[in-house]
Design a protein around this ligand. Structure first.
Ligand SMILES: [Zn+2]
Length: 186
């Protein structure tokens, strides 16, 4: 049997995103997220975070600090029973020509290869149209969250990328409960 794989964007999905946290002290989990991810861990899902950190590429946040925030996020979740297998970040300059920045699928493809993921069920959850595009390219079903951006803005970006999410949800915990968990229990 293959793996149940859950790819997650970070800001606006796992943590509040009025702006990208510059320190661990600014990092705030969104309600219900640790609990949902603990359930997913219990249910045998392999969870990987895939995050664009153009803020690092633009030299507005040190790579070391950004990595530290990710490390502490993983630790805090682990303490609540939620296992994040890895965090893949695109730390490149946003307008560069890297192969990993979403909407490209490089982060997901690298994770599949490095972690030997063999997805039987695969989901990508994000709050950006670029997450939907990356997820689709990697063969995942997608949920687009409306938690941090107006729906009209998301619709315009989806149109420009030529993609549509499989589901919409207000937050990760709802997406988990209504779409993702049921998909593997059938
Ligand atoms: Zn990149």
């Amino acid at each position: 049997m293959g793996d149940k794989v859950l790819f997650l964007d970070r800001d606006g999905v796992i943590n509040e995103h009025p702006r990208t946290p510059r320190t661990w002290e600014e990092f705030r989990f969104l309600p219900g997220v640790p609990e949902a991810l603990a359930e997913a861990t219990q249910d045998g899902w392999r969870i990987v975070v895939v995050t664009n950190k153009g803020i690092v590429g633009s030299r507005l946040l040190a790579r070391k600090v950004s990595d530290e925030i990710n490390r502490r996020m993983v630790e805090a979740l682990a303490a609540q029973g939620a296992r994040i297998e890895a965090v893949y970040a695109c730390n490149h300059f946003p307008h560069g020509l890297c192969r990993c920045r979403k909407p490209k699928a490089g982060l997901l493809e690298d994770a599949k290869r490095d972690l030997r993921l063999d997805p039987e069920v695969c989901w990508m959850v994000g709050d950006n149209a670029t997450d939907v595009a990356a997820g689709k390219k990697a063969g995942c079903r997608t949920v687009l969250l409306t938690s941090s951006k107006p729906r009209t803005k998301l619709m315009a970006k989806l149109k420009s990328l030529g993609v549509e999410p499989d589901h919409w949800a207000v937050g990760l915990s709802e997406a988990w409960r209504d779409d993702i968990a049921p998909s593997a229990r059938k």
